[in-house]
Write a protein that binds this ligand. Structure first.
Ligand SMILES: Cc1ncc(COP(=O)(O)O)c(C=O)c1O
Length: 380
């Protein structure tokens, strides 16, 4: 029997029907062959603050002990943070409105068995590609709603949806959307949440701190709103794996039921202390996200000069397409020059590149490589 046939036989024998049928998510490359300028996974180019490093180091002595399964201090730090942000003082969040997970991916994954399994959800046809993967894993029917031609979300497509989609249990929107970077306003999301009172509306705010309007302050007003955020992007902690959700006590309880049926300790001691320190260090947070926003605007303007169509972005990445040069060729050309960006070989977006905003120095190298590629291919 050939190796291939043997492997196939073992797969059929040992894997469940569920595992056999899965099409897992493909994360952006984490290359090991050489050092690249990494603009492909929307990581933050700036390191976490010294305060975070000290907090993580300080937690090491207690590593022999299990962490708090309820992550109470971290949840309090998060609810206090949002109460401080709310200028008119109407926010009334407590730790009971907060759920924390091992990255926001885990929070989003738990949302499926907590709210959606065996029922239907909707999300846009161009969005975070983990959503359909979770839907398949957790046996949830999904309908993809087409974006407009300019990749914006048409709000009316999402209002009063229960009249249009049978057995609707939820709406999943990334705001700003990934990989487009386009965003909805707070009022537009409020309209969607208010007009679908019997469905859970999950707003994935992974990139919200780079200029979008958060809807966390709407949580006390709507029991069906769950806002998911992460410390991976604006707080430079992708490697620590901490994400969280803010919602009504009922929604948070549902997430806890799922989590506690799966793993009591999803957040380790180092992650717990590092995350608390990162949320408290608002100075570092503001300085680094403001740098990223400034760099984004500078790079957008320069790319427009180079004949790129640059979608308006409120995220730490740009979604771009060139008037004449195919995205796939630019992607390989950049890779050869040591710059990694993200290319999705998928319908509708296969002529686009998603470029994470790095430091000014990294983006200067990126722009220089792009200029060279455009000149080189122009002459060929
Ligand atoms: C839209 C969106 N949501 C969620 C995540 C997950 O982030 P993490 O699991 O690192 O919190 C990502 C990561 O790239 C993302 O792009």
């Amino acid at each position: 029997m050939t190796e291939k046939l043997k492997r196939e036989k073992m797969m059929r024998n040992y894997m469940s029907q569920l595992a056999l049928g899965l099409k897992p998510y493909t994360p952006g490359e984490q290359p090991k062959d050489k050092t690249y300028i990494k603009l492909n996974t929307n990581e933050n180019p700036y390191p976490p603050s010294e305060i975070v490093k000290t907090a993580i180091y300080g937690a090491m002595d207690k590593l022999r002990l299990y962490p708090d399964p309820e992550a109470t201090e971290l949840r309090e730090t998060i609810s206090d943070y949002f109460n401080r942000q709310d200028k008119d003082g109407s926010a009334r969040l407590t730790a009971e409105n907060v759920f924390v997970g091992n990255g926001s991916d885990e929070v989003l994954a738990f949302a499926f068995p907590a709210f959606f399994t065996a029922r239907s959800i909707v999300f846009p046809n161009v969005t975070y590609s983990f959503y359909p993967v979770y839907a398949n894993l957790f046996q949830t029917q999904y309908r993809e709603i087409p974006l407009r031609e300019d990749f914006s979300i048409k709000v009316e497509d999402y209002t009063s949806l229960s009249q249009k989609v049978s057995d609707l249990s939820g709406i999943l929107l990334s705001n700003p959307n990934a990989p487009t970077g386009r965003s909805l306003t707070r009022d537009e999301i409020a309209q969607i949440v208010a007009s679908n009172p019997d469905s859970v509306v999950v707003i994935d705010e992974a990139y919200i701190d780079f200029g979008g309007q958060s809807v966390v302050d709407l949580v006390p007003l709507y029991d069906n709103l769950l806002v998911v955020q992460t410390l991976s992007k604006s707080r430079s902690l992708a490697g620590l794996r901490v994400g969280f959700a803010i919602g009504s006590e009922t929604l948070i309880q549902a997430l806890n039921r799922v989590k506690n049926s799966f793993n009591s300790y999803t957040i380790d001691r180092l992650a717990m202390e590092g995350a608390k320190a990162a949320i408290l260090d608002e100075t570092h947070f503001d300085a680094t996200r403001n740098s990223i926003i400034l760099t984004r605007e500078r790079v957008s303007a320069r790319l427009a000069d180079l004949d790129f169509n640059v979608l308006p972005s409120k995220a730490n990445f740009l979604f771009i397409t060139h008037k004449t040069k195919p995205a796939s060729a630019l992607f390989s050309g950049l890779r050869k020059k040591g710059v990694l960006v993200r290319y999705f070989d998928k319908p509708l977006i296969d002529n686009f590149l998603r470029v994470t905003i790095g430091t000014d120095e990294e983006m200067d190298v990126f722009l220089k490589c792009m200029e060279e590629l455009i000149i080189e291919s122009g002459n060929s």
